[in-house]
Write a protein that binds this ligand. Sequence first.
Ligand code: NAP
Length: 465
Amino acid sequence: MTEPLGTDARPLRVAIVGAGPAGFYAAEALLKQQNLVCQIDIFNRLPTPYGLVREGVAPDHQSIKAVTRVYDKLAAAPNLRYFGNVTFGRDIFHEDVTQLYDQVVYAVGAQSDRKMGITGEDLDGSFPATIFVGWYNGHPDYCDLTFDLSHERVLVVGNGNVAMDVARILATDPEDLAKTDIADHALEALRKSKVREVVMLGRRGPAQAAFTNPELREFGELNGVDVIIDPADMELDEVSEASLADDKTARRNVELMRTYAERGNTGAPRRIVMRFLVSPVGIIGSGNRVAAVTIERNNLKQAADGSLKARGTGKYETLQCGMLLRSVGYRGSPIPGVPFSDSSGTIPNVAGRVFQDRDEVIPGEYVVGWAKRGPSGIIGTNKPDSVSTVAAMIEDIPSLEAIPDEKRGLHMIEELLRSRGVDYVTYADWKILDAHELAAGAAQGRPRVKVTCVDDMMKIIRAGR
Ligand code: NAP
């Protein structure tokens, strides 16, 4: 008789694709199950784990990165293995994971960005903020990029926390950033930066901003930076003012912005200007480069669902700038062999169970994090999100068509990767690189000095193995 799945005799084999917070929280939820014996393999495209904690969280937000200690603890579990430097769709494929694992969890995040759909968006000097974030955080995909900061003004479109991050990094005194783990190439470029003004463009009003209180408070605490807000923008329409009663974050945001608007210009060397009720409608180039942006003034119109939407008024203005960062949201990208909804930019699912078409569930395949719900929420939001997907996974075990016993060998995935010439990175390997970065950081009084290209990472790992 076959032993039940999830027991010592027949552990549940789970593959998690993606080693960001959502992937680790899925592993944690599985490891915490009473009466479940499982063996988890986490695959990650980069050699380095932690996803957006390493490549997204701003370098001056070190305390947020302390969450990686939790992930390190999980990775020390004897029944969890890490396979870094393994690209899904190139080194391993959908058919591999479905043949070697009873369940597969996609934790691939949102790897791309939303477009605004206006003219000139592809000119040199117009970038998605996600790329700029990856660049200053030492993401290997962007380590070769250069950003021209030889001009005075950058425009940042959007009023979310990513827009706040990029505006703050551009305005912060580089010597303050030099104490962080910002990528060396970015520090060097920011030290030479001539940018003196960062203008944030919010399409709706101050009461509708998506950013949160701590990020806004930080603006007011930056050395050598004035936060400029037109006091007229702080006179809210009736519906916006009323909305503050039930929204503590927005209320506190508005209070803080009113203090900034009052403080005004103190003659600081750098400025963050927060504009509201404006939308870029076209980017103007000089040759191939961004030179200016046409913005349209908006007003707010209440939609049928009660929300306030931005509506153009037909009044335009032109702002000169040397660079434009659009920070209007991340977007998921399809991964080979896995369903993808183009409209939502996510892997279609119900409660974390992957769906093929409208109502055909794919047995044994699940999704967590931004790939499941879209690019929203802070790192901690991923924990309950992953817990709920794992609940569905556990519920499905009795009806699962398990992989055959001859496919259960733990060595099989290692042999498969080796046969394909993949030099996969174990957690012990990552710790070699981690130690290298920490030591380099300690020598400079910084948390770490990041290695930013995969070849260099692999050289350090191979030398230390
Ligand atoms: P977000 O919070 O969804 O904000 C997107 C912003 O873009 C909104 O202000 C939105 O305005 C605006 N927008 C969208 N389409 C636009 C358009 N066509 N034209 C002009 N503006 C447009 O996204 P995010 O900033 O990328 O952040 C993603 C998630 O990560 C968020 O949950 C965020 O809180 C989180 N995050 C957290 C931290 C932190 O905790 N420190 C740091 C970074 C990111 P509307 O409101 O009008 O749609």
